[in-house]
Ligand binder design. Structure first.
Ligand SMILES: Cc1cc2nc3c(=O)[nH]c(=O)nc-3n(C[C@H](O)[C@H](O)[C@H](O)COP(=O)(O)O)c2cc1C
Length: 471
């Protein structure tokens, strides 16, 4: 069987992920593996039609497709994303049709599921059947358990690719958005106070997104600046070299980092105005996120407000939503809302844009950043453990930040809680105590919270302030 490996790593064959592919290759000498280093060669593939055709020829000749890629910002690297866009714009579906596809990703398991969900959905959009994902941790291949499972994963993939059972699609096809949005006049600017707003956009001229962005910018008046992605001066995608880990300095000297800090991170309200291409924002947007990796694994938008404007079938792209919502929360920001151009009537879209502007300003003034739940808590624990256990010799800037901000909050360091928990465990070994505790379980759980309501200084301060405001 012929397998075409689409390698998303900008590091080419020196990639961690490709060692997993090499393992499969060594274990299966009866199958032929052809690797296309998409992530490394995207500039040539995009610029030179012959290079693109060579890749398509490999895909045509293959019986099955294996996506092998690192996870970058919860998805695939921008370079692979760009290649996927080229596949759709060149109508390459016939080259993939009815083949089986699988993915191997390596990462530190931070949102690797979303990267694989994205590839799964894209494979189905290209007319392929999905054989599954192998989501490895970077160094899992060092262990025999992983190697055994990788062997089985390969067997399963080859078996499916050969037998071609007719599997049901998981992701329904996207519904393209064909309606034109027109803003009904230019709205009056709102009172933005001292808030600075930036609208980061990849809107093309004459598009719905450009018109939506224009309306939102008018609402913010002089407090807003529109920053097209081109103004961020990126010369290329993240190379994955991790040289930035030591002191947050990127190897590129194209001016992106300065623009990112001064134009975007300095704002109080950040609007992401993006075009949905396939099932994510454009590769250019993805490249911005990838390049922002130089700031490491620390929140850089603490207390800020973020709004989203989207052109295209945003409401059908669950992975895109999950990724953006989680990323905004992880950066320490609050999401004010999203407006898309999917609504039939422009007037309704106008109303939503106006409401988004109001909500952004209200949130920015109130400073409300509610706890975001599982993705942030789980994500921060993954970062904390990974930085502490292995990455801190290189990711020195992250290590310093985690120490300074008390982010090394391992439960085993909380000695008073540990002592209390141990003593409580001993007490509960006494049958009479256990019977009583079981009986009062509900009250025991809620009592400390009820106490907190009685003694809350915040509530008292708030009541004083409300009273003073009335007088
Ligand atoms: C720009 C960038 C973004 C990353 N984003 C993630 C991420 O979102 N989740 C994760 O678990 N690992 C992330 N990583 C870690 C890589 O996925 C990991 O190092 C991978 O094994 C590299 O594979 P490669 O050598 O094949 O390129 C990121 C690394 C870089 C350089």
């Amino acid at each position: 069987m012929k397998i075409c490996v689409l390698n998303g790593s900008p590091k080419g064959m020196e990639s961690v992920t490709m060692q997993y592919v090499r393992f499969l290759e060594l274990a299966n000498p009866g199958h032929t593996f052809t690797t296309e280093n998409i992530g490394q060669r995207i500039a040539a593939i995009e610029a030179n039609e012959e290079e693109y055709k060579k890749v398509i020829a490999s895909i045509d000749a293959a019986d099955a497709i294996l996506f092998a890629t690192p996870v970058y910002f919860m998805l695939v690297p921008a370079q692979l994303k760009r290649f996927i866009e080229l596949l759709f714009s060149h109508n390459a579906r016939p080259s993939f049709f009815n083949k089986f596809a699988a993915s191997i990703t390596t990462s530190i398991h931070f949102f690797d599921h979303t990267a694989n969900e994205y590839l799964h959905a894209i494979a189905e959009d290209l007319g392929m059947h999905w054989a599954g994902s192998f989501m490895a941790g970077m160094n899992d291949l060092l262990g025999e358990d992983c190697q055994e499972q990788l062997l089985r994963f390969g067997e399963e993939f080859f078996w499916l690719a050969e037998k071609k059972p007719q599997l049901q699609r998981t992701y329904p096809p996207l519904r393209p958005v064909n309606r034109e949005y027109q803003s009904a006049g230019i709205p009056m600017p709102l009172d933005c106070g001292d808030k600075k707003i930036v609208i980061l956009t990849d809107a093309g001229p004459g598009t719905n997104l450009e018109r939506m962005t224009g309306r939102l910018a008018s609402l913010f008046g002089r407090s807003a600046s529109i920053v097209p992605l081109d103004d961020l001066k990126m010369k290329g995608g993240c190379l994955g070299c991790c040289a930035c880990a030591f002191d947050n300095t990127c190897v590129y000297t194209d001016g992106f980092c300065e623009e990112w800090e001064t134009s975007v991170l300095s704002a109080d309200i950040i609007i992401l105005a993006g075009t949905v291409k396939d099932r994510y924002f454009s590769a250019e947007f993805k490249q911005v996120f990838d390049r922002s990796f130089y700031r490491g694994h620390v929140p850089v938008m603490t207390g800020k407000t973020v709004g989203i404007l989207a052109q295209g079938p945003y409401s059908w792209c669950s992975t895109l939503r999950e990724v953006l919502h989680a990323e905004i929360a992880l950066q320490g920001a609050a999401l004010a809302g999203t407006v898309t151009d999917e609504e039939e009537i422009s007037f309704a879209t106008d109303g939503r844009i106006d409401a988004l502007a109001l909500r952004c300003l209200h949130l920015a003034k109130s400073g409300c950043v509610p706890p975001a739940g599982f993705p942030v808590i789980a994500g921060m624990k993954i970062f904390r453990d990974a930085i502490w256990s292995e990455m801190r010799p290189f990711f020195r800037a992250d290590h310093a930040y985690y120490r300074a901000h008390g982010l090394y909050d391992f439960p085993q360091n909380d000695y008073s809680r540990r002592i209390k928990t141990t003593l409580f465990g001993i007490l509960l070994a006494i049958p009479q105590v256990r019977t009583q505790v079981r009986k009062d379980m509900k009250q025991n759980i809620v009592r400390p919270l009820q106490e907190a309501l009685k003694t809350s200084r915040v509530l008292r301060r708030h009541a004083d302030q409300t009273r003073a405001g009335r007088e």
